[in-house]
Design a protein around this ligand. Structure first.
Ligand code: SF4
Length: 377
């Protein structure tokens, strides 16, 4: 089963920390972009053969996909259904920013076929939201969440960010508690990365905002996971927790060696060990589709070693870890003889647990996942 990712690169304003592929909203460009996106989906469907391959997840990511109208979203989902055999119970997610939605637009998204919303809340403290130059405040985020429930969304996720400038452990846990009080089905908890040359880095230098020390960020991560587990959420991935059965089916494809098409500017695709990325610039993407050209850059067939490394790298993000027996069989290797020497020190430090069938990161290991993963890259 395929996943279909749709990139919507428009935002009402550009946040000071953001390094995603996005630009400022432009109504005319958006109209042309949606047309191009539909054309690209149609091309891929034809290439996949008549009747199309089957897909069971669709994911609108961005940017700010909630800047699309219900009609545009319906047209894009319709194009996916025309080009692929989209299963009746497909998970159809749309990322939404709280300030962009109303009861009416949420109902329109529901009517268009979206059945899962992922709200970019980031914090339940107004001061932190201001530091991130987000357009919404805490009350707007809560109202958007309630409106989504009223519009009939039974599967709602919230994104929160820790390690924000000036944030202390108890500030972070305040946001986690506010999220728990809303009772979402799913939560993603990310650590802020402050990129070089980002306006946020300049603001931090100018206004003397600093990030908490490493020990505090470890405490933030661990305490929030424990608090969420205590009220019935299950951590299933380094940064993701859900109610039982409410894991992100789409994102699981990325972590379980799955296949997906990425449509839109800058989107990545991986199908059967072949990987490609579309041109990043929105205008160029639209122009290519307008000229009936492929928006894809160079296609790269991954070597077996690269596929093995990727499979391990991504599976270790999951709390259940990597099914080593399965991976050994799939890639006809003995992964421990290949990587064991480099991994042994992580086992000794209690960051990685290794049995005959499974390798999994411990919670302290998840905090240092990057170090462990470099073994596979
Ligand atoms: S809304 Fe999201 S994608 Fe848009 S600028 Fe802010 S962080 Fe980046």
């Amino acid at each position: 089963m395929l996943g279909l990712y749709l990139h919507i690169p428009f935002c009402a304003a550009i946040c000071n920390y953001c390094n995603f592929n996005r630009g400022l909203f432009d109504g005319d460009l958006k109209t042309r972009y949606v047309r191009a996106l539909i054309a690209e989906i149609g091309r891929a469907g034809k290439a996949a053969g008549a009747g199309g391959a089957s897909a069971d997840t669709i994911y609108f990511g961005g940017g700010t996909p909630s800047l699309l109208t219900g009609e545009e979203v319906a047209a894009i989902i319709g194009a996916c259904r025309d080009a692929f055999n989209v299963t009746p119970d497909a998970e159809i997610t749309l990322e939404a920013n709280p300030e962009t939605v109303t009861s009416e637009t949420l109902s329109a998204l529901r009517d268009a076929g979206v059945n899962r919303l992922s709200f970019g809340v980031q914090s339940f403290r107004d001061e932190e939201l201001r530091r991130l130059t987000r357009l919404h405040g805490v009350e707007r985020a809560k109202a958007a969440y309630r409106d989504a429930r009223s519009a009939g969304f039974h599967n709602v996720s919230l994104d929160l960010m820790m390690w924000l400038p000036g944030q202390q452990v108890d500030h972070w846990l305040e946001s986690v508690d506010e999220a728990i009080a809303l009772a979402p089905d799913h939560l993603s908890l990310y650590m802020l990365e402050v990129y070089p040359n980002s306006p946020l880095r300049e603001d931090m230098a100018r206004l003397a905002w600093s990030q908490a020390p490493d020990d505090d960020v470890a405490a933030m991560y661990t305490a929030s996971m424990e608090r969420l587990e205590a009220v019935g959420y299950q951590q299933y991935e380094i940064s993701n927790v859900s109610r039982p059965g409410r894991m992100s089916r789409h994102n699981l494809k990325y972590w379980t060696d799955g296949d997906w098409f990425g449509f839109g500017c800058g989107a990545h695709s991986t199908i059967d060990g072949v990987r490609w990325k579309n041109v990043s610039a929105t205008e160029e993407y639209v122009a290519r589709l307008g000229a009936r050209q492929s928006p894809a850059g160079e296609l790269r067939r991954l070597s077996r070693d690269e596929r093995l490394g990727d499979a391990l790298f991504t599976a270790l993000r999951l709390t259940e870890g990597a099914d080593i027996a399965g991976i050994n069989a799939r890639y006809d290797v003995d992964a421990w003889s290949r990587f064991g020497e480099d991994l042994q020190r992580f086992v000794e430090f209690g960051l990685l647990e290794v049995t005959e069938d499974r390798w999994r990161l411990t919670r302290p290991g998840m905090l240092l996942a990057h170090e462990v993963m470099t073994v596979f890259v």
